[in-house]
Design a protein around this ligand. Structure first.
Ligand code: NDP
Length: 247
């Protein structure tokens, strides 16, 4: 799937919700999915960033997106219920959910982690993803073919020193994906994980400040895998954790 070539209209008539759509990989996924015909619901923390992505999509002549400013750290059941009601009213169904937003927190020994940082990371990276998936589920059931994609990491598959609560949150993401996937079985909904691998974004720069960013893949280079999992070419793929970069 690293060399997957999606048809120009591969996502036509699909409505896809992307968390963390204002920056980094989420922003590029939003532009890419819109380019392939999807209507994108751009969810993120910073309204101004979402508005920039909105403008880019509209200026390129892609389907008009929607904006949902929401800080996942403080989001409540009612926020998710309201979001589901608005999507139901405007679109009637949801065909894709890209659970992409995450925070890194600070790196360091687990022995010294700060409890409030730990709680924030779990809230944004785990609890919010679980809740948004739960509350979107009735809308995903209404799609003829729905895809939920969680975002993992290499440190969510093999423990690595000093990656602290972030690594723990990504192990939880892998487990959440597997549990959801086992429960849905063979239905109209498939649930998988992407591990983007080292990618040129601000999160990567904060983890590796001294790194030469030109040695890293860009988010654009990952998009064949992101397109594959959101398009109907992956209809039979469920419960997989897939690398967006070849090994
Ligand atoms: P960025 O930090 O560049 O972007 C993260 C996005 O998530 C931003 O749009 C940010 O919004 C949003 N976000 C953060 N906190 C919240 C919040 N509380 N509420 C709502 N939105 C929020 O990260 P990347 O693009 O690099 O990462 C995307 C995904 O890929 C993450 O899940 C990350 O863990 C994963 N990943 C990335 C790798 C990499 O090398 N880049 C490697 C492995 C995994 P705002 O800008 O408004 O804060």
């Amino acid at each position: 799937m690293h060399d997957y070539k999606a048809a120009a209209n591969a996502l036509e008539n699909k409505t896809i919700l992307i968390t963390g759509a204002g920056d980094g990989i989420g922003r590029v996924a939003a532009l890419t999915y819109a380019k392939h015909g999807a209507t994108i619901i751009l969810l993120g923390k910073t309204t101004q960033k979402l508005e920039c992505v909105y403008d880019e999509i509209v200026n390129l002549g892609y389907p008009k997106p929607a904006i949902v400013p929401l800080d996942l750290r403080g989001a409540t059941k009612q926020n998710y219920r309201d979001l589901a009601a608005t999507i139901e009213q405007q679109f009637g169904k949801l065909d894709g959910l890209l659970n992409n937003a995450s925070i890194l927190g600070s790196l360091g020994p687990l022995e010294h982690f700060c409890v409030s940082t730990f709680e924030n990371i779990i809230k944004v990276n785990v609890t919010a993803q679980a809740m948004i998936t739960k509350y979107m589920f009735p809308l995903l059931r209404k799609s003829p073919s729905a895809s939920v994609v969680f975002t993992s990491s290499g440190v969510g598959r093999q423990g690595r020193e000093f990656w602290g609560p972030y690594a723990i949150s990504k192990f939880a993401t892998e487990g959440m994906m597997q549990t959801w996937a086992a429960e849905v079985g063979k239905t109209n909904i498939r649930i998988n994980c992407i591990n983007p691998g080292a990618t040129r974004t601000s999160m990567r720069a904060s983890a590796f400040p001294g790194e030469d960013k030109d040695t890293l893949k860009t988010a654009e280079e990952l998009m064949p895998t992101y397109l594959y999992l959101m398009s109907e070419s992956s209809n039979d793929v469920n419960g997989q954790s897939i690398d967006a970069q070849p090994k």
